[in-house]
Design a binder for this molecule. Structure first.
Ligand SMILES: Nc1ncnc2c1ncn2[C@@H]1O[C@H](COP(=O)(O)OP(=O)(O)O)[C@@H](O)[C@H]1O
Ligand SMILES: [Mg+2]
Length: 384
């Protein structure tokens, strides 16, 4: 079956579409990427999305409009992808744009509530393309006490499990998240959690200092040196010490965090500041691996490969720092491209795979990753 996966991440940079051929079922599924495309949001849409994520200023009529507008943009993106690839999909899995995510239950009007919201009206996509759409993947996991994230570990387990050695799969989106698959892992042996910022802090300081949305190819950071004092201070953030499972977003590493970071840097050299933000991502990942992942496996079995994906793989300075961190832990860094899945297509491909499982009425969360009490069939179907 040919399935389109549609993803918009926390970077709010745009829409990724992957066209994927999927066969088999459950963890034995076979996944073949046929084509993938990226559609950046126009500037005004990106601004509206970022404004909608700001819980203090968002207003309900704009949120409702944005939900339908994103549905239209997703439908256009899939249609363009199909035309360019000369393919037609039979099913769509659309993650949508997360506007709010609170994975842990907190007291609200007398009840403990966890909640999440991904915008992008699936009914609009299904109607425009005449193909069923699975959307809203996260709530079903949360309804059985999961955190609703991360969901990509299902794909990671399907693609990267290995009989003789362990692999760690790291995505570098706005937030960084990893999936650790020990050697010979059963699904319940997989652990996954957010490591902290991926590109989010780098993007914020580059925007502030240079007026650019991101540090293209890591050039600013390459001209600077990390400021160790600031790095140590930022690494003291409680999130880095918290034991997994744990998840992060703009709530932890958004505007307020960047402001505090810039205050600590005071009048340091601008390239040094970007280098420090970059080192924060690399160092926090190295620390997370050392503290929470390596102790999972008893020698002589071990984690040997570190497979990276996401937009951050294009940041050469970040990749250099990351290779340095992992060399100390005797792990080799590879990119998901080497496994047939280009770094910026992986998350979109994951939601094609999850949609396919839902269509077959199969669960596709990994309870050891989300904390769910049992596996759940994810998402809602719009038939079009
Ligand atoms: N050429 C590049 N050089 C440096 N960073 C890049 C480049 N291309 C993309 N990025 C980074 O990747 C981010 C987008 O990555 P992505 O995987 O789409 O994240 P998300 O899932 O959060 O949307 C951008 O915000 C930017 O920081
Ligand atoms: Mg993105």
């Amino acid at each position: 079956m040919i399935v389109a996966g549609v993803m918009s991440g926390t970077s709010a940079d745009g829409i990724n579409v992957a066209l994927v051929r999927i066969q088999g079922r459950g963890f034995r599924s076979r996944v073949e990427l046929l084509a993938h495309y990226q559609f950046p949001y126009p500037d005004n849409v990106r601004r509206a999305v970022l404004a909608a994520m700001n819980a203090r200023t968002a207003n309900v009529s704009d949120l409702s409009r944005l939900n339908f507008l994103l549905g239209e943009l997703y439908a256009d993106a899939v249609r363009t992808a199909e035309r360019r690839a000369g393919l037609e999909c039979e099913l769509i899995g659309c993650h949508g744009q997360t506007l709010y995510h609170q994975g842990d239950a907190k007291l609200f009007l007398g009840r403990r509530i966890a909640c999440t919201w991904q915008a992008g009206e699936a009914a609009a996509i299904a109607a425009k393309l005449g193909v069923p759409v699975v959307s809203d993947f996260r709530p079903a996991d949360m309804a059985v006490k999961g955190k609703g994230a991360p969901l990509v570990p299902f794909l990671d387990y399907v693609l990267y499990r290995h009989r003789r050695y362990g692999r760690i799969v790291q995505n570098l989106g706005g937030i960084g998240n990893l999936t650790a698959i020990p050697p010979r892992a059963k699904p319940e042996d997989v652990i996954a959690f957010d490591t902290g910022p991926g590109n989010m802090v780098i993007d914020a300081v580059t925007e502030h200092l240079f007026g650019r949305p991101y540090d293209r190819n890591g050039r600013f950071a390459a001209r600077g040196e990390p400021i160790e004092r600031v790095l140590q201070q930022m690494l003291r953030h409680p999130f880095f010490r918290q034991k997994p499972p744990k998840s992060a977003g703009r709530e932890q590493f958004g505007r307020e965090f960047a402001r505090q970071f810039l205050r600590l840097c005071r009048r340091a050299d601008e390239n040094d500041i970007v280098a420090t933000a970059t080192a924060l991502t690399a160092r926090s990942i190295g620390t997370a691996v050392r503290k929470f992942v390596l102790p999972l496996v008893e020698p002589p079995l071990r984690f040997r490969e570190f497979v990276v994906s996401g937009g951050g793989t294009k940041n050469a300075t970040l990749m250099r720092m990351l290779r340095g961190e992992l060399a100390q832990l005797k792990m080799r860094v590879r990119t998901s491209d080497e496994f047939g899945l280009p770094a910026d297509a992986k998350e979109a491909a994951a939601f094609a795979l999850l949609a396919y499982q839902t269509w077959r009425r199969l669960p596709s969360d990994v309870p050891s990753a989300t904390g769910a009490q049992r596996p759940a069939i994810l998402g809602k179907v719009s038939y079009g």
